[in-house]
Design a protein around this ligand. Structure first.
Ligand code: CAA
Length: 685
């Protein structure tokens, strides 16, 4: 290389270095602008100030809420009534699919608009606010995010257009906060899945048309075995249970879902098999923005009422707003609303910017609902005695607000989510896992399925007699539940009041007192209130409990957990009572009870029962003595050969070394090889 060439080389080198710096600088500047740009939507610098377009939307929704919802809100609350007409109209105005693209029937707006709409509806009626929130965040969002094009066209379009209503079905009696405890199952059979089980506390049910349902497709592997399905109302075997009588948000409907062999077409699987838990969790991340917006709206409404009232109400010669103690309350409420609004809009803004928002939505849901509860409490306090009366908006807001600290993940769960973002997830070795058992403890669960109704009843009566029950003796039907040795209880499955004659006859022949589930006493009023059994009613601690047409809600089961023997008669094979009973017959009470009454009738009057002697609680049969204890390295679960692993298809009596190689830990899914021998025992009978 000569001199000139060397200069040219150096010159080129310096140009390249300079250009590299320019490129880096450009990238740096772009990144700053990108960051800045995230805060600019709708034209102006936002910093959680909404844009003009957002405020235009707010004005429209507010006008709708004031005209169409506010006048009927008290009536909806009193009658526990769903605002069908208002929701239909809201849909026709294009508001039921706000954050979804127009090509899928939506309004093509953003999450911030949707949050504002929920806030404005909730400002006049908390129940109407959650109808929109559950429909958009929980019913539509999973289809929009995880659905195939066909699923979007078939389901999302009519949902976003407001022609159909959506809902989300995750919660079950044993899977509330611990959503991974889902027990509903979906078994693939050719071109469809067979769905069995049930869901509780489902917002928008029974009026929703489309449900996102979570069910176990691969048992025993934990959250990775859960899948999501799109299920339509009206399919065979899909029924609704009780419509709940709630403390607040009474204009929103909430019901139980029952699935009995529901055929769900294979193409209605949402995402892939096993994706369900992540779909549920990520859906809830967004749903929590909706609940935070709902809480914000309820609190805003209550604050405005309190402010107006404080300006008008004169005591000690001046409006109470000018009493320092009241003005400070109003100042605090205003600050809480402002900080809450920042959190809601910040979470919405992150979602709109396609940035992670799970932490912010959890913070918003927890903080805004807790603050909201304080705001409505102070609003009612400012109203004094007048605020305590029915018909006052603050009284309704006070009741409506409470649920926002509970649903879509309790505030305690939100703190877990926030903490796990800060600290990281708890390492497996610290996790204490226990196998979930039935509410009533270990039970025999002998369900008589085979043979005619008469044969099944004979098997039941034979088993009870074997256990030592003497049906020649009896107690008066009105013996207090807590004193009774036996109780025959009626659930809603008993049907019309005339059928209570069957319960009376069965109670007599079984030598039992009469009890019931809570709805039978409280709503149907078939028996006095002091005869319903459950956590909030009477506890039964006697020997024999015969539950007729009772599905087995958690609170009922807690009231009978000390019974020595539980018998269940119910036509729904998936009713939770069957997992909590010693003996069961799947069948209609109208068919089974007359046969059972006859089978117990010895043709003579019952002799007075001797003082109660506690029957030994029925224990599941234990087979071979255990010789060795193996413990799972993953979670600490101890395999007991005497019990086996019923759900994993391992019979009682199977020793550890006889377990199939593919067997996995029923608690955490760890492989068999990961179990450690920790000791020996001679017999664990
Ligand atoms: N997004 C995507 N994936 C997520 C996630 C999220 N936000 N959170 C967790 N996951 C993934 C995890 O990464 C993990 O995946 P890997 O196994 O591949 O690592 C998997 O899901 C399991 O996660 P965790 O081990 O953290 O799960 P967990 O069993 O410990 O539960 C929990 C975590 C946060 C407590 C969760 O159970 C929860 O949110 N519970 C509350 C449930 C809830 O909100 N229920 C309300 C029902 S809906 C309702 O109320 C609606 C209504 O009607 C209004």
């Amino acid at each position: 290389m000569d001199i000139i060439e060397e200069d040219e080389y150096l010159f080129t080198f310096h140009v390249l270095v300079f250009m590299d710096r320019v490129v880096k600088m450009e990238r740096f500047v772009k990144s700053i602008f990108a960051d800045f740009g995230r805060q600019q939507k709708g034209g102006g610098l936002r910093m959680f100030r909404t844009s003009e377009k957002h405020e235009e939307l707010r004005a429209k929704v507010r006008a709708f809420a004031e005209e169409e919802v506010k006048p009927i809100a008290f009536m909806l609350d009193q009658n526990n009534e769903f605002p069908h007409e208002a929701i239909k109209k809201f849909g026709e105005m294009g508001f039921m699919g706000l954050p979804f693209p127009e090509k899928y029937g939506g309004a093509g707006l953003d999450v911030m608009n949707y949050a504002i709409a929920v806030e404005e509806l909730a400002r006049v009626d908390g129940g109407t606010g959650v109808i929109l929130s559950a429909h958009v965040s929980l019913g539509c969002y999973p289809i929009y995010t995880y659905g195939t094009e066909e699923q979007k066209q078939k389901y999302l379009v009519p949902l976003a257009q407001g022609k159909k209503l959506g809902a989300f079905a995750l919660t079950e009696p044993e899977a509330g906060s611990d959503a991974g405890g889902t027990q509903t199952t979906a078994v693939l059979q050719g071109d469809h899945y067979l769905l069995n089980g049930g869901k509780i506390f489902i917002t928008n049910a029974p009026f929703a048309d489309v449900y996102i349902v979570f069910a176990v497709t691969t048992p025993d592997i934990g959250t990775k075995g859960i899948s999501a399905f799109i299920v339509e109302k009206g399919w065979d075997g899909f029924e609704f249970g009780d419509h709940y009588d709630k403390m607040g948000i009474r204009s929103s409907s909430t019901a139980e879902l029952i699935f009995n062999d529901v055929k769900v077409p294979k193409e209605n699987l949402l995402g892939r098999e096993g994706d369900g838990f992540k779909i549920a969790m990520s859906t809830l991340d967004g749903g929590r923005i909706g609940i935070a917006a709902q809480a914000l709206g309820i609190a805003q409404g209550a604050y405005e009422h309190a402010l107006d009232y404080a300006k008008e109400r004169v005591q000690f010669g001046k409006p109470i707003a000018f009493q320092q103690v009241i003005s400070f309350k109003l100042a605090d409420m205003y600050t809480k609303l402002r900080t809450s609004r920042f959190l809601v809009y910040s979470a919405a803004d992150l979602k709109d910017s396609d940035l992670p928002y799970g932490l912010e939505s959890a913070m918003a849901k927890q903080y805004v609902s807790d603050m909201g509860l304080e705001v409505v409490n102070e609003a009612l306090q400012i109203f004094g005695g007048s605020g305590y009366l029915k018909g006052m908006e603050v009284e309704r807001a006070y009741r409506d607000m409470k649920i926002t600290t509970i649903y879509e993940g309790t505030n305690e769960i939100q703190k877990m989510v926030v903490a796990s973002h800060i600290i990281g997830k708890m390492p497996k070795e610290y996790a204490v896992a226990k196998k979930r058992g039935p509410v009533t403890g270990t039970r025999k669960k002998l369900i008589f399925k085979d043979g005619s109704a008469k044969e099944r009843v004979e098997q039941l009566v034979g088993s009870l007699k074997n256990d030592g029950y003497d049906f020649t003796v009896g107690i008066p039907a009105d013996t207090p539940i807590y004193d009774a040795e036996r109780v025959v209880s009626a659930g809603k499955g008993i049907g019309p009041v005339e059928n209570m004659k069957l319960i009376e006859d069965l109670a007599y022949q079984a030598g039992a007192a009469i009890g019931s589930s809570r709805p039978v006493a409280e709503n149907l009023k078939y028996v006095p209130l002091n005869r319903y059994v459950g956590m909030s009613g009477q506890k039964f601690k006697g020997n024999l409990y015969i539950a007729c047409g009772i599905s087995g809600a958690g609170q009922h089961l807690k009231g009978i957990k000390d019974a020595a023997t539980i018998v269940a008669i119910n036509k729904n094979a998936n009713a939770p009572i069957f997992k909590n009973c010693d003996y069961g017959i799947v069948g209609d009470v109208n068919e089974i009870l007359p046969i059972l009454i006859k089978a117990l009738d010895n043709g003579e009057a019952k002799k007075p029962a001797p003082p109660m002697k506690r029957v030994k609680r029925a224990q599941p049969f234990k087979l071979a003595p255990t010789e060795s204890i193996y413990v799972c390295n993953g979670c600490g679960y101890e395999y007991d050969p005497a019990i086996g692993d019923e759900e994993g298809g391992v019979a009682p009596g199977t020793k550890y070394d006889k377990l199939p190689e593919e067997w996995i830990c029923p608690v955490c899914g760890e492989e068999k090889q990961k179990f450690t021998l920790v000791g020996f025992v001679e017999s664990r009978q």
